[in-house]
Ligand binder design. Structure first.
Ligand code: PAF
Length: 347
């Protein structure tokens, strides 16, 4: 397969890096991570192994035709990513969307035909440790399916079966979901519990289930999403145990929302807890824990914004002072030189 990965963050790098062992993969991303991959390859480390792969890299979408474009940017950048792919002139058989969150396919459908759009629900913990090096904690299977193509009664989507086999053969285990809508809600339940709790406390996933205080919040958040899933989409999902299991399997991972906050980036909170709060309001359901987690993460985002604005005001205030200092010392130096030249004896 010819594969394009748009967004070489942690998940995009893992996806592209693993597939590059069996397929022709181009990673589109930014320096310094991409420069390091171009120069030295991409190192993937886990408890079990450490290996180097060499996918192609590009600063923008190359022309030509690709079997698959995997979009691995943050959910809030999805619209721009789709616009860039659609305007690139390249053609794609499949558009695979790897983000967390609900409703992402509605953004994709403004740019690509419904039947080409595939959602991928990924349960891997991965982070970029340094440019060109990622660490992979907890390997999970990825569920894929077409959210915008109505399921045919009892019929498997054979094309999606083939895509799952091609991804698995390439080293990225994937399975066709019988009902991708249900899988989207299940993943939402996981992310709307683990991600804000980790982001607020600064703890890795495993620690969230080892603290009885945090565990009770995690369970309550999952139950609230289960209730909203039933009311909003008619799905009965049972995700408390599974979420705890995922937190343990990815135990050493610091989740993507925590990493976003630490890097001063916006988070995906509006596509996770924010979406649940909005659905709950519409259905007249109380989701007190989710509402609180949502508000706390928004508060953290605001605090970071204020702090970085303060820093830039402070640096603007310091700059003229520094400039004054430089000018004063230049003036003093030149006066000193003049004094020297007048006091020194002429030869
Ligand atoms: O967003 C994340 O970090 C991941 O979806 C998961 C599975 C919670 C692992 O950290």
């Amino acid at each position: 397969m010819r594969v394009l990965v748009f967004g070489a963050g942690a998940i995009g790098s893992l996806f592209g890096g693993l597939l590059s062992r069996a397929h022709e993969v181009t990673l589109v991303g930014r320096p310094p991570h991409l420069d390091a991959i171009r120069a030295n390859g991409l190192r993937i480390e886990s408890d079990a192994e450490s290996f180097l792969v060499r996918p192609e890299t590009a600063a923008r979408v190359p022309s030509g035709s690709f079997d698959l474009a995997a979009i691995a940017v943050k959910t809030y950048d999805l619209h721009d990513a789709c616009a860039a792919l659609a305007a690139s002139g390249a053609s794609f058989r499949w558009i695979l969307c790897l983000q967390n969150g609900i409703g992402n396919e509605e953004i994709l459908r403004a740019h690509f035909p419904d039947e080409t759009i595939v959602r991928g629900l990924v349960y891997n913990g991965v982070s970029i440790e340094s440019p060109g090096r990622i660490v992979w904690f907890g390997h999970g299977s990825t569920w894929i399916g077409r959210p915008l193509v109505p399921a045919q009664d009892g019929e498997a989507d054979l094309e999606i079966e083939d895509l799952a086999s091609a991804l698995s053969a390439g080293g990225f285990p994937a399975r066709r979901a019988e009902e991708i809508g249900r899988e989207i809600w299940k993943k939402l339940a996981v992310n709307a519990a683990i991600n804000p709790l980790g982001a607020i406390t600064g703890l890795p996933n495993g620690a969230l289930v080892r603290s009885s205080f945090l565990l009770s919040l995690l369970r309550a958040a999952v139950r609230e999403t289960e209730e909203v899933a039933r009311a909003e989409a008619g799905y009965a999902i049972d995700m408390v145990e599974r979420t705890m299991e995922i937190a343990l399997v990815t135990g050493r991972n610091r989740n993507s929302m925590l990493l976003d906050l630490e890097a001063g980036r916006p988070t995906e909170i509006e596509f996770l807890s924010g979406a649940i709060v909005r659905f709950a309001r519409r259905r007249d359901l109380a989701v007190p824990v989710t509402r609180t987690l949502h508000a706390l993460v928004r508060g953290k985002e605001e605090a970071l914004r204020v702090r970085s604005a303060d820093r830039s005001v402070a640096s603007r205030a310091v700059r003229p002072l520094a400039e004054d200092n430089r000018r004063t010392s230049e003036r003093e130096r030149s006066e000193e030189e003049n004094n020297h030249s007048t006091t020194e004896p002429l030869s």
